[in-house]
Design a protein around this ligand. Structure first.
Ligand SMILES: Cc1cc2nc3c(=O)[nH]c(=O)nc-3n(C[C@H](O)[C@H](O)[C@H](O)COP(=O)(O)O)c2cc1C
Length: 539
């Protein structure tokens, strides 16, 4: 496919719109591309002399880059018109280029039969098979109702033969801190390119392209703050203030849970402190520290910027001690919910919620066979082993709604084998002790893998697979898995000695009390450890 791209942005290669156009070309794939950048080309305004119609037919009296444009339009199969919306129309340079297409027409009057106007001039070239695509960004929150003139212009120029992608909030494409959201949009544009190459852009894709990048009020608050000027339009505001305001604008009020939060952010190297109040209806930024903060973040300015730009993960920076958090750490865990990429794409949000709701494993599926084994076999060796075997066989069926982990599978096999061996040999006490040892070793060995046992279950409460990239989450889980492993290895040794000395009752007390205490420790540690790392108290 031969493609001609006309980049009509006065910003040339730095154009927001060209980011969409490049994604679209990416989607089209293998093709021959000629690109003309109006801003860096010599294309003068039309003189209106009509020489290209009478004195030098098909040739303009002005000798500049326009001849190359016309040759390329004739050469191409697809013409991409890429430009920003300027005063509800095309930028001036591009309008010059459009006017200078006059030599492409013959002067004769013909009727227009498609209802687009009262008259027409026949084309000097056969342009009937050319496909045009208009790609444009604009600065308002939505493209809706701003493109009337553009659409009319292209209706006249191309008739039915063009497609259009228009996107509001265009300036966001150059904001590194919002890349995760704008990249989502560029992915849809890429898909549109792919579909265009295969015939035409699908309706669903068109629908997705028309979704807002951010909701109107979020975008407008962010856009207003981005100029970094005071409300009277005269003075400059500090860059830290305008950045903090933009961050606050991203507040997702749906995350409000009845508790008003005050996030205090201290840019340690800039000597600036701001407080963001996260309320039921909105967020508000205040300078200074007059309110009592619920969460306090102390960070060098550059570190905070790097995190916002996804150059470094927030949790990783925290682990490395690059910034500190004190107070309510829950906000940090739920950060994405409060300030994350507020996708305007509702369908996608729905889809991601559905993905989150997909099957999750349950620790109960793992624990029940072990607990049944220890209790039932201790109470009655013969019947206990049969009950345990029954549980091991039926558990996978009963838990069909749950995702099965490798540790569930190991449990069913190991507990099943231990029960069968206890049943056949009659040495139930030996196998109960081996059970404790096996359970402990399973936890310990999981520490040698990339996903310690508890992480395989708990990660679903912390963004699923993404949690495995979170060093704080991982370290906490390795520590907990090791602690549980060591506890059960110790329990197996203690039980061995207690059984040897016929102190079964003592063993029952210890074997039940120890995991309860360990459970309490786990619940406390899960909260304490991340908060202590965040406060810089623990490495
Ligand atoms: C002179 C001028 C006029 C503009 N007129 C409009 C407009 O009428 N409507 C609109 O939504 N955005 C308008 N904008 C904003 C641009 O369309 C927007 O910033 C666009 O994303 C720039 O794209 P580019 O980087 O590809 O040039 C205007 C910008 C400038 C500089």
């Amino acid at each position: 496919m031969k493609i001609m791209v006309i980049n009509g942005s006065p910003k040339g290669s730095d154009s927001n719109t060209m980011r969409l156009t490049r994604a679209f070309l990416d989607g089209i794939g293998e093709s021959e591309v000629r690109e003309i950048t109006v801003a860096t080309s010599k294309i003068a305004g039309c003189k209106g002399c009509f020489c290209c119609w009478n004195k030098t037919p098909g040739k303009c009296v002005i000798s500049d880059d326009m001849q190359y444009v016309i040759d390329s339009e004739v050469w191409a199969d697809v013409i991409i018109w890429s430009f920003p919306l300027y005063y509800f129309s095309v930028p001036g340079g591009l309008k010059n280029l459009i006017d200078r297409q006059l030599p492409m027409n013959l002067p004769f009057m013909t009727d227009r039969t498609d209802g687009k106007g009262s008259g027409s001039h026949p084309s000097r070239f056969d342009m009937s098979q050319k496909r045009h695509i208009v790609i444009s960004t604009c600065g308002f929150y939505s493209a809706e109702k701003n493109y009337d003139s553009v659409k009319l212009l292209f209706d006249h120029m191309c008739g039915e033969n063009y497609d259009i992608i228009m996107c509001g909030q265009g300036e966001l494409f150059r904001v590194p801190e919002l890349k995760s959201r704008t990249d989502e949009y560029l992915d849809i544009v890429r898909r549109a390119g792919e579909e265009f190459a295969n015939g035409k852009i699908k309706e669903e894709t068109r629908e997705e392209l028309s979704q807002l990048l951010y909701p109107k009020e979020v975008f407008e608050k962010m856009a207003d703050a981005s100029w970094g000027i005071s409300e009277d339009g005269e003075g400059k505001t500090d860059e830290t203030l305008s950045f903090t305001r933009q961050m606050a604008a991203l507040y997702n009020k749906a995350a409000y849970d009845g508790k008003e939060r005050v996030v205090e952010i201290v840019y340690t190297d800039k000597g600036k402190t701001y407080q963001i109040v996260l309320g039921k209806e909105k967020s508000e930024v205040f300078e200074g520290n007059d309110l009592i903060p619920t969460t306090r973040i102390e960070t060098p300015w550059e570190v905070w910027l790097s995190i916002a730009r996804d150059e470094i993960r927030g949790d990783e920076a925290l682990m490395k001690g690059l910034y500190k958090v004190t107070g309510d750490f829950d906000l940090m865990i739920r950060w994405d919910e409060f300030f994350g990429s507020l996708s305007g794409n509702k369908e996608k949000n729905k889809a991601s919620v559905q993905t989150q709701e997909k099957k999750k494993p349950s620790m109960a599926v793992l624990l029940i066979p072990w607990i049944v084994f220890w209790i039932a076999v201790s109470v009655n060796g013969q019947t206990g082993t049969v009950i345990t075997l029954f549980v091991c066989c039926t558990m996978p069926l009963l838990a069909f709604r749950r995702k099965m982990t490798i540790y569930d599978a190991v449990t069913f096999c190991v507990v099943g084998i231990l029960s069968a061996a206890a049943q056949l040999s009659g040495y139930t006490e030996v196998f109960v002790i081996l059970g404790y040892l096996g359970f402990g070793l399973m936890w310990l060995l999981s520490c040698l893998t990339r996903e310690p046992l508890c992480a395989a279950y708990v990660k679903y409460n912390y963004n699923g697979e993404d949690a495995l990239k979170n060093p704080i989450f991982m370290k906490a889980n390795y520590i907990l898995a090791a602690a549980w492993g060591i506890l059960y290895v110790i329990i197996s040794i203690v039980t061995f000695f207690l059984y040897k000395n016929h102190l079964q009752i003592v063993s029952t007390v210890i074997n039940n009390a120890a995991p309860i205490l360990m459970g309490v420790f786990t619940a406390w540690f899960e909260r304490w450890y991340p908060a202590s790392v965040a406060a810089g108290k623990v490495k």
